[in-house]
Design a binder for this molecule. Structure first.
Ligand SMILES: Cc1cc2nc3c(=O)[nH]c(=O)nc-3n(C[C@H](O)[C@H](O)[C@H](O)COP(=O)(O)O)c2cc1C
Length: 194
């Protein structure tokens, strides 16, 4: 049976957009303390939350294919976010965070959450090759803005072995992790984190 976790309503993202944009910053200095489920739900909602009856989302998608989706890598495994149900569905119980970096092992293994933006290439097959990469980039920016609003530290990352991570996530070849957003609680107060 597939293990799943119902997430609560997303934490409120109340920072004015101007403040969130001004405070958006890459911050790799985070503790290993877990994020709350509401904080995680807010990051996921910001990246791909459904905001219309026809299924359109917080972020744009090439040809409206919605071929890129967020997955969650944590100590307790690999999870796919079901946006309609606001639920995490477990794909694997292994901690694969270390496979999600080519060189930043200490930071990446310590940070409690990495969100992987993964394209379903079958679903994206009518799109131009760059389309899903743009989708994933907008999702990363949305995560940055949500993290700024929540006072969390975050970093978008592309330096990893995409095929090795795909295998570790137990995804078949039609899927490709494009880019990652690693997030945690900042180690200390600074101008980049409220
Ligand atoms: C496409 C892309 C890939 C990136 N890959 C990595 C990465 O693998 N590791 C990392 O630490 N930072 C990565 N970064 C973060 C950049 O280093 C960071 O955005 C840059 O230093 C500017 O800092 P800022 O985000 O605070 O403006 C990446 C950024 C982008 C846009």
């Amino acid at each position: 049976m597939v293990k799943s976790i119902s997430l609560p309503a997303p934490a409120i993202l109340s920072a004015p957009l101007k403040d969130a944009l001004s405070q958006r910053r890459t911050n790799r200095e985070c503790s290993s303390e877990a994020l709350t489920d509401a904080e995680l739900a807010a990051l996921l909602w910001a990246s791909a939350g459904i905001t219309a009856d026809d299924g359109r989302r917080t972020t744009p998608s090439t040809l409206d294919l919605r071929a890129v989706s967020p997955y969650v890598l944590r100590k307790d495994g690999v999870w796919r976010w079901d946006a309609a149900q606001n639920e995490l569905e477990q794909l694997a119980s292994e901690d694969v965070r270390k496979v999600s970096t080519a060189y930043q092992f200490e930071y990446v293994e310590k940070a409690p959450v990495t969100i992987a933006f993964v394209v379903d290439t079958e679903r994206a097959k009518t799109a131009r090759p760059t389309g899903p990469y743009v989708d994933a980039g907008t999702m990363g920016q949305s995560c940055y803005l949500a993290a700024a609003s929540l006072g969390l530290a975050g970093c978008i990352r592309a330096s990893f072995d995409h095929d090795e991570l795909r295998k570790a996530m137990t995804l078949d070849e039609r899927f490709e992790p494009i880019v990652l957003f690693t997030c945690g609680r900042p180690l200390s107060f600074n101008s980049n984190s409220r």
